[in-house]
Design a protein. Structure first.
Lengths: 326, 416
């Protein structure tokens, strides 16, 4: 067991992937000598050379598009998009090309491309640096989307993404890059199914589903609720396409109440999808409507007011109160 | 270098304007400036200091083959258009007029090369031995692909313009890595070097992906040949709206060679492409070829060119027909005679009959294959929806399928 940050865990996971899979390579802006703007690829170019850690021209469509070509030639590229808001120049390549290549080739072609995207707010940054666009990609069939919330998952899930034969987007919770935790890098079988949700805390009165940067917030809210005598279950979704509805359904069948929290705006977000599915699967178990806690329907606000925008412990507790009072 | 690089106070903007205007003239003007041509519209050879030596390598067999290919694909195009008119295809994208650009370039490629077409490259498909009946699957609505690119190194058609130019560069970057690895493990590597070709058109040249693909190709010195068929029309918009200079000139800005070739001269297209592919395979980096040609027919069978262009313009390009031009040459040199041309026509009719027959027989896939091919690995949502679909479908067991008449109903209605 080793203690490291999420950023370091992804770095070590990428190092392991590059070592284990000779066809894997990293591509992105400033990922070479600089090690990426978040230093996630720190030291990798020195170890693996510029053919496997590629500082690309500054063009996101170019990064994704050439990664598709490399994958067609048998490579497993891992692309870094520098910030969430900069993925959109590559959106066409991701949604019209990458997501569909296997289907439109009648299964003849595979494009095992990984796209790493640091996402979410809470870092006091300028516009386009704090967004949560995951729903736009979750809506696109052919893609898989995972988001680790702790160093252990980060270390293993990035490697599992590289080995997956489908395209995988890894949304990395950037404000948690420096969160430390234990990572079991040695035990065989320490890696768990990346597409399964984890119940992080058991409870009887309500369930909070969260993913990525809001997982620690959900846990803190559950701890605060416990002080008031409320027993709250917390689920870390880990994968947001596919979503492990079985785990969520089992939990709601037990607790009868569900809160879904994400930074992305609630309208058209994954919370709506989860609410709809759970209403179909566990209607008779529900004691209250599924309540979503998320961003507002506005462009991500300026840094000085982002605390009013981002779901926090109190916003989750307020939702919990409403659910329990219903 | 010194100060001559700096604009002086006497900088004369009109000189720049004049130069731009002259270059703009060359986009649509006659004859286009600096265009490689080895066989004139009169069917006579033209000497070229660089490319004539490539033309000389074309022996009579190869020349006859180029003609036969162009004639076959033109006949195929006529047949596919007819199949669309008869409702057998949802849409067709005719290539007539561009046979030389496609056959000349495709025949210059080697089996180890990999080709990324747009969606009009039926002639290139022929040169890569794609079964032309399979090419029709997409247009009949039974597949979004239709063939396995791994069999022929001819990628699927790409309908989002220019997206494939980036795939081509990435594929070429993969070839570079493969060759390095092969050389490292086996110093006397006998594997022939490979290159990639990316087809696109004058319309797609405005897409940002073309720009990004050329930046990447140049920065990484990727073995890729960009083959731009300037057929003068992007549906209804003329190429002058896409560019004010010859498209081949754009290569200069990226730092690699750009060549404009007479796209209706199959000998010149073959020569220039062979040169460019050699250049790329030898590790000298990318090349842009602009094949100056013309889309004689409509953009697709849903298009009506009479709404946006003059028939006189079409007539002027028919006078430069790539097949007629080569036929003149073959006949005047005694390389081919009536017997040859009669056989080519018969072969074309046979191909058309084959395509007609097989189109009717192209199977409609089961939607279950779409469930199966959305992901490579197992996916719970797909499994759940498929299970629902199976259960839902089972509810209709025993009932007539769409298009079938319930037993007895026709008789009853006739009786009424």
């Amino acid at each position: 067991m080793t203690t490291m940050t999420i950023a370091k865990a992804i770095n070590e996971g990428l190092r392991a992937a590059l070592t284990n899979n000779p066809k894997s390579l990293l591509m992105g802006e400033d990922i070479g000598p600089l090690g990426g703007v978040y230093r996630v690829t720190d030291g990798l170019i020195a170890e693996f050379g510029p053919d496997r850690v590629v500082d690309t021209p500054l063009a996101e469509s170019g990064i994704i598009g050439t990664a598709i070509g490399l994958a067609l030639r048998g490579y497993s590229p891992v692309c870094e998009i520098q910030f969430d808001g900069f993925v959109f120049p590559g959106f066409n390549q991701i949604t019209t090309q990458l997501a569909k290549m296997h289907a439109r080739s009648n299964g003849n072609l595979t494009v095992p491309v990984v796209i790493r995207i640091p996402y979410g707010g809470g870092i006091g940054s300028v516009e386009h640096h704090s967004e949560s666009p995951e729903a736009l990609f979750a809506h696109t069939a052919g893609l898989r989307i995972i988001t680790p919330s702790n160093p252990h998952d980060a270390y293993w899930m990035i490697q599992q993404a590289v080995e997956c034969q489908d395209p995988v987007i890894v949304f990395e919770p950037k404000r948690r890059y420096w969160l430390k935790g234990d990572v079991d890098v040695e035990t065989a079988g320490a890696a768990e199914d990346p597409f399964k949700a984890h119940v992080l805390r058991e409870g009887a009165d309500a369930t909070i589903v969260a993913y990525g940067p809001l997982v620690p917030v959900a846990l803190a809210a559950a701890n605060a609720a416990a002080e008031d005598g409320r027993s709250v279950e917390v689920i870390d979704l880990r994968s947001i396409s596919p979503i492990d509805f079985d785990t969520v359904t089992d939990s709601v069948n037990k607790t009868g109440r569900l809160i879904v929290a994400h930074e992305a705006p609630t309208f058209g977000g994954l919370g709506g999808e989860i609410a709809a599915r759970i209403s179909e699967r566990a209607f008779l178990s529900l004691e209250a409507p599924v309540i979503r806690v998320g961003g507002f329907h506005m462009p991500y606000p300026v840094a000085k007011v982002e605390e009013d925008y981002l779901p926090d412990i109190d916003r989750i507790l307020e939702a919990l109160d409403r659910a329990l009072a219903y | 270098m010194g100060t001559t690089q700096l604009p002086s106070t006497e900088f004369d903007g009109t000189a720049v304007d004049d130069q731009l205007e002259a270059e703009a003239e060359a986009v649509m003007g006659e004859p286009p400036a600096q265009m490689v041509q080895l066989l004139g519209p009169d069917g006579k050879l033209v000497n070229d200091p660089v490319y004539s030596e490539y033309a000389e390598k074309l022996d009579p067999d190869k020349l006859r083959g180029l003609y036969a290919d162009m004639a076959r694909i033109r006949r195929f195009d006529v047949e596919a258009t007819a199949l669309q008119r008869q409702g057998q295809l949802a849409l067709w994208v005719p290539l007539t007029g561009q046979e030389a650009a496609q056959i000349g370039s495709g025949r210059a490629s080697q089996p180890q090369d990999y080709i990324f077409p747009t969606y009009r490259e039926h002639g290139v498909a022929l040169t890569r031995n794609v079964d032309l009946a399979e090419l029709l699957r997409q247009f009949r609505g039974v597949s979004n692909g239709g063939w396995n690119p791994k069999d022929t190194n001819f990628h699927l058609y790409t309908l989002v313009l220019a997206a494939q130019t980036l795939h081509a560069v990435g594929y070429a970057m993969g070839i570079q890595r493969d060759q390095k690895l092969a050389a490292a493990s086996d110093p006397v590597c006998t594997e022939p070097p490979a290159a990639v070709m990316a087809y696109y058109g004058d319309g797609a040249s405005s897409e940002g992906d073309v720009h990004e693909s050329m930046v990447f190709a140049s920065s990484f010195n990727a073995p890729v040949v960009f083959f731009c068929q300037n057929n003068h029309w992007a549906i209804s918009v003329p190429s002058t709206v896409q560019t004010r200079i010859p498209l081949s000139n754009r290569a200069k800005g990226y730092g690699f060679p750009g060549v404009r070739v007479d796209g209706n001269d199959v000998i010149a297209v073959h020569a220039v492409t062979e040169w460019a592919l050699d250049h790329a395979r030898q590790g000298k980096g990318p090349v842009l070829i602009e094949a100056f040609t013309y889309r004689v027919g409509a953009h697709t069978t849903a298009d009506d060119p009479t709404k946006y262009r003059q028939s006189a313009e079409e007539d002027s390009w028919r006078a430069k027909d790539p097949l007629a031009r080569l036929e003149k040459y073959l006949r005047s040199e005694g390389i081919a005679d009536d017997v040859f041309f009669a056989k080519v026509k018969a072969d074309g009719d046979e191909l058309a009959a084959y395509v007609r027959r097989t189109t009717h027989d192209l199977e409609t896939p089961d939607i279950r294959t779409a469930f199966a091919n959305t992901y490579v690995e197992a996916h719970p949502l797909v499994a759940e929806e498929l299970a629902w679909f199976e259960e839902y479908s089972a509810g209709f067991a025993g009932e007539p399928q769409a298009g079938e008449t319930p037993a007895g109903q026709a008789i009853t209605e006739a009786g009424n």
